[in-house]
Design a protein around this ligand. Structure first.
Ligand SMILES: [Zn+2]
Length: 476
């Protein structure tokens, strides 16, 4: 079992995970008011893979990713869709489960819903009122921010820069503009509400996560994660609520950087690939996962067709590696080959790969080890290399790349993606590239069209332009 260190975003210090304790991880999941986008997929992928890595190292690990299915945004979106909000939230929750399942990383150990945690939420609010940290006002309940001295420790903001982002209407009910809502009285036009000692209403967003984390992981747990956009006010308020109520709460915080898009490109041609389901359709799950771990989780990550094409090329390089170098059936795990006849290179690469993940989950450094081993084995046969690369890919949820068989036979695919000939056909990735090339040509961007043609050639396909449009023909 390796020592695993995580950079705590609260203190800035590296925290060593306790090998004897259960490692509880709570990551904030989506608010289900629309289909999720690539930005929502990043924490899902990072924390799913972190849990997978910890389990593989022998840590007892429990990963919790919640679903926020009570929220102002849901009422607004449901009204627009002319749907009852509960039904709308259920449908969006199903879509979220379906979209994330397609990533091929399995499910978190628990996925609590706010609507199923109302009793715990109400009890936690009652605790806070009892201890003087919260007060009822006009059917709402607010947290008394100045009653919690450490407030602001996570986001390091000056009090005057703190804006809770709550609707102006609640200002007159607050003792202090800094205070934030724990419970909101039922308002006209909202088609759901729950009973509480303060009358019918619904919980605020922050208290939902405090209660769901405790319900699944207890009053103290190892890691709380989420996007860096949640530091203030969401996570600051979670800490205040839980600690004011006497719970130690998270021992370390992990925040992933934002996905950054080129606003101009997004509004034009690339807009729909920002939606996770569209990106999965177009590029395949392996490329989406490979893209999301291509940068360090704490850093922002640029997103667009160019970055996705690069991810597709990396994934194809790995597929090709396994087409050329099959994994030996029944070979011992690479860790056990060290000191044997196969020499130490693949085993020490796998060690260095795991070391990188143990060091604040440095996926780009781990990927560099993987690709260096691939390059070495492509130059000259390295016994044990395919097995070691496969073991690395499995840790990243990309094990399917090692199952690719050598592709041969005849196929041609029309510009519309329709498969004509029997036998082997281009995969969605190649079809997507062909469509992209058509679009580039239509836009008279011939440089890009040629670059895509070259990429397809690398993947083993020739592009033939005909009267009926472009076709893919396997290169002989
Ligand atoms: Zn949350």
């Amino acid at each position: 079992m390796r020592e695993v260190r995580i950079r705590d975003s609260l203190t800035g210090e590296l925290r060593v995970l306790d090998p004897d304790a259960e490692i509880g991880i709570y990551a904030c999941g989506p608010t289900v008011y629309s289909r999720i986008h690539i930005g929502n997929a990043r924490p899902f992928v990072i924390f799913s893979l972190l849990a997978r890595f910890l389990k593989s190292e022998g840590y007892r690990t429990k990963l919790v990713i919640n679903v926020t299915d009570i929220n102002d945004k849901i009422y607004v979106a449901a009204k627009k869709a002319e749907d009852p909000s509960a039904e709308f939230a259920r449908r969006m929750t199903d879509a979220y489960l379906e979209d994330t399942a397609r990533l091929g990383l399995g499910r978190p150990d628990a996925e609590p819903l706010a609507t199923e945690t109302i009793d715990e939420i109400v009890a936690l609010i009652a605790d806070l009122i009892g201890s003087g940290h919260a007060y009822e006002s006009g059917g709402d309940v607010y947290f008394r921010v100045r009653s919690f001295a450490p407030y602001g420790g996570l986001s390091n903001r000056r009090t005057e820069d703190m804006d809770q982002g709550e609707e102006a209407g609640s200002a007159s009910l607050k003792e202090d503009p800094l205070d934030f809502a724990l419970w909101k009285a039922h308002k006209e036009g909202e088609d759901t509400s729950w009973d509480s000692p303060w009358g019918p209403g619904r919980p605020g967003w922050h208290i939902e996560c405090s209660a769901m984390a405790e319900a699944e992981l207890g009053p103290s747990f190892a890691i709380h994660g989420g996007g860096s956009d949640l530091v203030f006010p969401h996570h600051e308020n979670e800490i205040a609520q839980s600690q004011a109520a006497g719970r130690p709460f998270a021992q370390a915080w992990m925040h992933n950087g934002m996905i950054e898009t080129d606003a101009e490109k997004m509004s034009k041609s690339e807009g729909n690939i920002f939606q996770l389901s569209e990106a999965l359709d177009r590029y395949g799950n392996e490329a989406v996962v490979a893209y999301l771990i291509s940068g360090h989780y704490r850093q922002p990550l640029a997103f667009g067709a160019e970055q996705m094409d690069e991810a597709v090329a990396r994934v194809e390089r790995l597929r090709n590696f396994f087409r050329e170098h099959g994994v030996e059936a029944g070979a011992p795990p690479p860790e056990q080959q060290r000191g044997g006849s196969v020499g130490g290179a693949p085993a020490s690469r796998l060690d260095a790969f795991r070391d990188a993940l143990a060091d604040d989950f440095n996926t780009p450094r781990a990927m560099a080890q993987l690709f260096e081993l691939v390059a070495e084995a492509n130059r000259a046969e390295v016994p044990g290399a395919p097995e070691a690369v496969k073991a690395m890919l499995e840790l990243l949820g990309l094990g399917s790349l090692a199952e690719e068989k050598h592709v041969m036979g005849n196929a041609s695919v029309s510009g519309g993606g329709e498969v004509h000939a029997s036998g082997f056909a281009a995969r969605p990735v190649e079809e997507a590239l062909l469509v992209e090339r058509d679009e580039a040509r239509a836009a008279k961007d011939f440089e890009r069209a040629d670059a895509i043609r070259d990429k397809l050639a690398e993947l083993g396909w020739e592009v033939r332009d005909s009267a009926e449009g472009a076709k893919l023909v396997p290169k002989s």
